[in-house]
Write a protein that binds this ligand. Structure first.
Ligand code: RB5
Length: 149
């Protein structure tokens, strides 16, 4: 398998069960999944896990990253500090499709205390089924890249 087939997953303690459900779901779709944890329900710090996953996407090891915390917000903010990462929080399938088509997102964040399991899996599918459209959207994504430190 190459990076084009690979997805890295991570979360904080609040989203372990949903993360594991997503891992099973996308494995069944044929993706190679590396779940970097954590597995302990002990309280942990979402920036550590968001940044760890983001660095492995930014390095080219993985095509996409999917990360979760209670709201999806904190871990998304942490991931977006890594150069080359474009991560959006999604609670609906339309947004999940659009962050791929228009923003060329390479990471998806979900809030385990916001969305239920069935909706989360639909959001993941919408994200993975969509492709970047390029064109005028590429120029705008380039503007984001140009602002990176
Ligand atoms: C943990 O309690 C919670 O703050 C975290 O999962 C996340 O929601 C932060 O953005």
């Amino acid at each position: 398998m190459t990076a084009t087939d690979r997805i890295v997953l991570s979360s904080d303690h609040s989203a372990i069960a949903l993360r594991q459900s997503i891992a099973s779901h996308i494995k069944a779709r044929g993706w190679e999944v590396v779940d970097i944890g954590p597995t302990s329900p002990d309280s942990t710090d979402y920036p550590e896990h968001g940044i760890a996953a983001a660095q492995r996407v930014a390095s080219g090891e993985f095509r996409f990253g999917i990360i979760l915390c209670g709201t999806g917000q904190g871990i998304m903010m942490a991931a977006n500090k890594v150069k080359g990462i474009r991560c959006g929080v999604c609670s609906d399938t339309f947004s999940a499709r659009m962050i791929r088509q228009h923003n060329d997102a390479n990471m998806l964040s979900l809030g385990a205390r916001v969305v239920g399991e069935a909706l989360a899996l639909d959001i993941v599918d919408a994200f993975l089924n969509a492709d970047f459209e390029g064109g005028r959207h590429a120029r705008r994504v380039d503007m984001i890249k140009a602002a990176e430190l």
